[in-house]
Design a protein around this ligand. Structure first.
Ligand code: SF4
Ligand code: SF4
Length: 208
């Protein structure tokens, strides 16, 4: 799941100079996180209207990043053609896919933060940095690429104080990795010197 959070409404308004707006929500991650489903889209509609915008329509796509036919979407939502801009309440993936087809300005209403998940009502953030070369098993399922402030594949850096990272207030990822591997009886993984990641994989992926 892609973890996104709402932008400040003032920031949205500052970017959104156009008057006629069509709002698009996302029925997958953003809905589950309650940042881009129907209630949030309707809330945004109300706020934009009170700020003087004209809302030409709204929809919640089953998934903003997976659009089967742009023409079909236009036919089902005539308000898109009447709009000067789209406001998309989804992750950056959805905003980018929609921008690829829409012949008008597209603005994000959310900030995309990380790959994570949800278990019951707990939102689990920053679980994967999408390196294209997964070796998270060597770390007991706690990925240092994203969870360690220095992305150290061979940690710890030695700067943690009482389990807290020296860079910010997070729990030291390497403390957590150590405890987890110990619990799994896989402490031997700590002895493996990990080779640097093949960053060309990530670059290749970014080009496609
Ligand atoms: S090793 Fe790479 S793919 Fe696997 S969880 Fe970490 S960042 Fe994601
Ligand atoms: S203190 Fe821990 S989490 Fe912070 S940079 Fe060092 S190893 Fe990484």
């Amino acid at each position: 799941m892609i973890i996104s959070r709402p932008k400040e409404f003032d920031e949205i308004l500052e970017n959104l100079k156009e008057k006629d707006i069509f709002i698009i929500g996302c029925g997958k991650c953003a809905k589950k996180l309650r940042v881009g489903g129907e209630p949030e889209v309707l809330g945004m509609k109300t706020k934009l209207k009170s700020s003087g915008k004209n809302i030409t329509g709204w929809t919640v796509l089953s998934s903003a990043c997976t659009i089967s036919s742009w023409e079909e979407l236009l036919a089902q939502n005539p308000g898109i053609k009447k709009a000067e801009a789209l406001l998309v309440m989804s992750c950056g993936g959805g905003v980018s896919v929609i921008s690829r087809f829409a012949e008008l300005a597209v603005y994000p209403a959310l900030n995309t933060e990380s790959l994570g998940g949800v278990c019951r009502d707990e939102v689990i953030t920053e679980q994967c940095g999408m390196c294209g070369e997964c070796s998270v098993w060597e770390y007991g399922g706690i990925c240092p690429v994203i969870r360690c402030a220095k992305s150290m594949l061979n940690g710890p850096c030695g700067g943690a104080v009482e389990g807290k990272c020296e860079v910010d207030e997070r729990i030291c990822a390497w403390d957590a990795i150590y405890e987890r591997l110990k619990m799994l009886n896989k402490g031997a993984y700590l002895e493996i010197v990990k080779e640097p990641k093949d960053h060309s994989r990530k670059l290749r992926r970014q080009r496609t």
